[in-house]
Design a protein around this ligand. Structure first.
Ligand SMILES: [Ca+2]
Ligand SMILES: [Ca+2]
Length: 197
């Protein structure tokens, strides 16, 4: 007794149809994967840009809050302003007598914070031979993307500042691959300076 198969397996046509369906499915999947990886990459870029801006702002605001700390009442200006901020350079110098010994020459007592082209950097010593340390190197400070940077430190008065507005715009190092536009993120904070006693 012989048992015969119901059919001879896949016909050639069925095979072709299966292959076509399979390759369409794979093509769709690949497309989805590419789209997903672009979304993930853009999300990641956005998170990096935001955290760069926020981290810089919080470090700078914390430093500015120490400005003018003068428990021995020796008398010094809390900050020194950049007399000619430009759209490629802007600085502020912050003074405090943190260790309460009657001077501003100890570690962290004389901090020069500057934005220069695309970097925020600082020198946390009155010793001007010390190097600057980079806080971030993706800072455009161009919040509206018109190619002209805004001033990073804006005092309420250039002669007797009582408040400093700090504005930081971080920008992605590369454009968003989908839109071709750079991702920008701007944060700002106003710091009220310690009053001279
Ligand atoms: Ca000191
Ligand atoms: Ca601008």
């Amino acid at each position: 007794m012989t048992v015969r198969g119901r059919d001879e397996g896949f016909s050639f046509l069925e095979l072709l149809v299966s292959l076509a369906v399979f390759s369409m499915a794979m093509g769709g999947l690949a497309g989805l994967l590419i789209q997903n990886s672009q979304i993930n990459r853009v999300d990641q870029m956005r998170v990096e840009v935001q955290s760069t801006a926020r981290n810089c702002l919080s470090m700078i605001v914390a430093t500015l809050r120490t400005a003018g700390w003068d428990p021995r009442n020796i008398g010094f200006a809390p900050v020194s302003l950049d007399p000619t901020p430009t759209n490629s350079n802007n600085y502020i110098e912050v003074f405090a007598d943190l260790n309460e010994d009657g001077d501003t020459s100890d570690a962290g007592e004389d901090v020069l914070i500057r934005w220069s082209v695309n970097k925020i950097e600082w020198r946390t010593s009155s010793d001007t031979t010390q190097p600057f340390v980079t806080l971030a190197d993706t800072i455009s400070n161009d919040s509206d993307g018109d190619g002209v940077a805004e001033t990073m430190f804006v005092p309420d008065s250039t002669t007797n500042p009582t408040k400093i507005m700090v504005r930081i715009t971080a920008q992605s190092p590369a454009p968003d691959p989908r839109s071709g536009q750079y991702i920008r993120y701007t944060v700002s904070s106003e710091v009220v300076l310690r009053k001279k006693v």
